[in-house]
Design a protein around this ligand. Sequence first.
Ligand SMILES: *Cc1c(COP(=O)(O)O)cnc(C)c1O
Length: 457
Amino acid sequence: MKTTIEPFRIKTVEPIRMTTRSEREALIEKANNNLFSLNSQDVLIDFLTDSGTSAMSAAQWAGILSGDESYAGSPSFHRFEAAVKKLMPFKHIIPTHQGRAAEKILFSIIGGPGKKIPNNTHFDTTRANIETTGAEAVDLVIDEGLDPASEFPFKGNLCPKKLTNFIEENMGSIPIVMVTITNNSGGGQPVSLGNLKEIRSICDRFKLPLFIDACRFAENAYFIQQREAGQEDRSIVDIVKDIFALADGMTMSAKKDALVNIGGWLAMNDDAMAMDARNVLILTEGFPTYGGLAGRDLEAIAIGLEEIVDQDYLHYRITSTAYLGDALSEMGVPIMKPVGGHAVYIDARALLPHIPHQQYPGQALALALYKIGGIRGCEIGTVMFGRQPDGSEVMAKMDLVRLAIPRRVYTQSHIDYVIECFEELMKEKDSITGVRITWEPPALRHFTAHFDSICSS
Ligand SMILES: *Cc1c(COP(=O)(O)O)cnc(C)c1O
């Protein structure tokens, strides 16, 4: 069959408020041309992020009602712990309110001045949590992962050669090695099981612990099953278990592959490290059997973890992301390839070559998509990365617009509508103008900056 149907029926609906193009032009003007400042009810298709935006199942909502809110010893914690250990058999499972809280605890224990932590590509909260301790976050992804045109199947791999050299040059200052699956900041690209085994053996040679940033572990396992020789007949659960058997610990944002709206955890085998982590947890998050969460959240995570490793769900998830990417690619929209698990990234600099980078082609494209179709994507380019701590402005490596797809939220007809909006965009693209920043805050300007269109003269 050509059509991949959504492997679910819809029991609860959330209305989308329809808007016209002229309404949207007025709304975005009022929001100072910043998509983060829009009221989400004025967005038709919200592709801002896949984080915390999943639709929960009937079983998860039922779990919410049966959550036990006891301060200590809640059975909901034991169900959560058992569900995590079934896939990720670490000795200590420490719940947190989201992924960055797990990172904050981990790096407050093992970070500090002089320490260096390698990863394929650190996610921005991971990097920030390392750097605030005075430690250094280092990206060592394979060269293919830095080449947008490369069709290599595992562009998220950590380069074994770069890692070995890095360890030899920094002996004694590396507390852990990290691998992020899938590699979010590198376009949602997967890491192969073979690569993880190689990294494990390097860690063994130098006696270093290996931690996995596991936010999209199930999507990564599906890519392993589909693309890695010898893995095609294995179940997702078996592949997931193999991945985590190679590691000494993990950080997790349950807002991704645990299908919930809030939550996360930190896990490890080392007893002394776990004791330190729980001491920080009690100060900043809560008692060890709830972390920063309510009992009901722990129930929803436990059920989400069973649902995320379902073969039919993952087939639908990865196929539907590729469906959007392939359609855009066929009509000549330049995208990052191969299409990753959770998002399609459009190369705005290549699509709008008439807009100089000083006029933010990514922001211009994101604004045009909103005006044409009410679609909200996210600029990942010079607006986000261009301003330097010393006040100077540089061109980002790429000017991208990310369309991140929430899990189980949109149907194929929503995606077909998005594709139609791009057909319209391709007709109008030569008349899209650049933007300038009229106001910006001292840091993280993309969230609140004001923009103005630059009229073509
Ligand atoms: C989202 C994310 C995090 C941080 O998790 P939050 O729940 O947003 O705090 C860390 N690493 C990766 C790879 C992520 O995608």
